[in-house]
Design a binder for this molecule. Structure first.
Ligand code: SF4
Length: 125
């Protein structure tokens, strides 16, 4: 492996671990929160395309014609470049829930669903 390629790989790993760190910091449990409140975080810059999320959850995800990445509809862009949406959804524990399916089926692992009350990762990887 050439030095340039090695450096690129190292940068990618560092950037991904920053995403993880940001995730952990942002999602401190809020013990008094509604048990059906979930935070969905999407790291668009790490999206590799492929269209799975838009297929399983077209209400929340749409593939951009500009760059082939998914747009997370009606989410809020954060300073770190991630897109976040907080939803109250009693069906999130159901494996058929579209948002949950999108997170679980994303091959890049860039969609995550966390329960606000205890910070538990409900879907995504
Ligand atoms: S499934 Fe994941 S990698 Fe594929 S388009 Fe959606 S967010 Fe991007």
């Amino acid at each position: 492996m050439g030095l340039g390629l090695f450096k690129k790989k190292e940068e990618k790993i560092q950037s991904e671990s920053k995403f993880m760190t940001g995730w952990m910091e942002r999602d401190e449990p809020q013990r008094n929160a509604n048990p059906h409140l979930y935070r969905i975080v999407y790291s668009r810059k790490h999206c590799i395309g492929g269209d799975i999320c838009t297929f399983v959850d077209p209400v929340h995800f749409n593939l951009s014609k500009k760059d082939g990445k998914a747009d997370f509809l009606n989410s809020q862009k954060q300073e770190d470049g991630t897109f976040v949406m907080t939803v109250e959804d009693p069906t999130m524990n159901d494996i058929g829930n579209p948002l949950r399916r999108a997170a679980d089926s994303c091959p890049a692992g860039v969609i995550r669903v966390v329960r606000v009350k205890d910070g538990r990762l409900v879907a995504g990887h």
